[in-house]
Design a protein around this ligand. Sequence first.
Ligand code: PLP
Length: 492
Amino acid sequence: MIRYVSTRGNEEKITSSAAIIRGLAPDRGLYVPDSIPFLPRSPKDLADMSYKDVAKIVMGAYLTDFTDDELAVCADKAYDSKFDTYTIAPVVKTEKGFFLELWHGSTAAFKDMALSILPWLLKTALKKEGEDKKIAILTATSGDTGKAALSGFADVTGTEIIVFYPKDGVSLVQERQMVTQTGKNVHVYGIHGNFDEAQTGVKNVFNDTKFAEKLAGKNIRLSSANSINIGRLVPQAAYYINAYKTLLENGDIRDSEKINICVPTGNFGNILAAWYAKQMGLPVGRLICASNENNVLTDFINTGVYDRRREFVLTTSPSMDILVSSNLERLLYHISGSDSERVGGLMTGLEEEGFYDAGSAAKGALKDFYGGCAEMSVSHKALAKLWQEDRYLIDTHTAVAYAVYLEYLAKSEDRTKTLIASTASPFKFAGSVASAIGVKIGEDEFQTIRNLQKDTGLRAPKPLSGLEALPVLHENVIDKADIESAVAGSLL
Ligand SMILES: *Cc1c(COP(=O)(O)O)cnc(C)c1O
């Protein structure tokens, strides 16, 4: 039986269902499993299983209070025809590496892998814990998470989903994805303000205990869908294990052969899932952590010092424009031997002074990782070269990973086969991708998508190409001071 404990140590151990319902621990730590389970089956024994079955087995190792049947229902609801390939997360072989495409779901980016299943895990968890309150998910988004959460939670009974986005801070495609979302329980608001202001407004609602009481009186509980929820992390370990099984099936690796995994990183959720897979016994060598100009993690891996006191750079890989990578707290907890006091101290240092030094012991424990960063000019060049030489098109986030991987190849003797996480369809960031490979930019993003289709002969995923024709259903734009009243208006 695996229980969940807060990284800051001030809370009781709870079941995975309770941890999924809570999201963040009351002491503001993150929930982690009190032990990391071993792979229930070797990758060889997963041969010919569907993605759903692999996901069910991997999740079952962590979510031990869920029954097999419950997990089967969740996996069935999540990994269905919303994905445009029945393999769900295919692996594509190129000259230099294997790309794990995590963007075949309803928003064409990797957040779908976890946000398609989180609503079902949450709904099951509520039932198991005997919680009869309606759950209202509040999310501030800079683009990708909002739509993935909307489409995951749309029409899931017992939930409401409310998303706030900066009216002038997301791309046309991202905005259109959100404001065309259907569903009886869906609420979308543009904010006059930037992402940080939207985020702060949402945090204030969470911290307003009076408001929480008022909602409780109406049998409603607020929750969040961001990547600190353990219910998002666990389903992510599944695709690395499924990818290993796919490489085996295709004869690309031998049984037990080690692979490296390279991940374009922002909040450290995706790469942490790969680390969990390695701890579970998946044959993984190095974890290559790729950053853009916001290279806090590169420095951390190389020095053991985490320092967010630096300029925030807006890049063409916006989902990686992050200076505080929340999920790193979980890694710190595990590599410090579950020393929650120490983790709490480091996090306080980060909040109050903007940095911490994890010390030499942590630095030693980070040797599984290679940290590298690539500037836009470098990653765009890598993207263009891959397209010209291999006719394989990647998006700008994946391009950061590919560029860092090429740097790793140039610097090290390590020739271990490498799986590169591909986190978005190139059509999702059509403007940057088009300019990287010399395709004409259109008058708007939809025109650019068409130009990119025409010049590359590739097809944009349906959720993107069909977007222009969909009716706009949400036109509310509010002041940032009115976030709480918008929540009240949506729920009460
Ligand atoms: C969220 C996101 C990332 C970063 O993933 P983390 O788990 O936050 O490290 C990378 N690429 C894309 C396209 C994303 O949406």
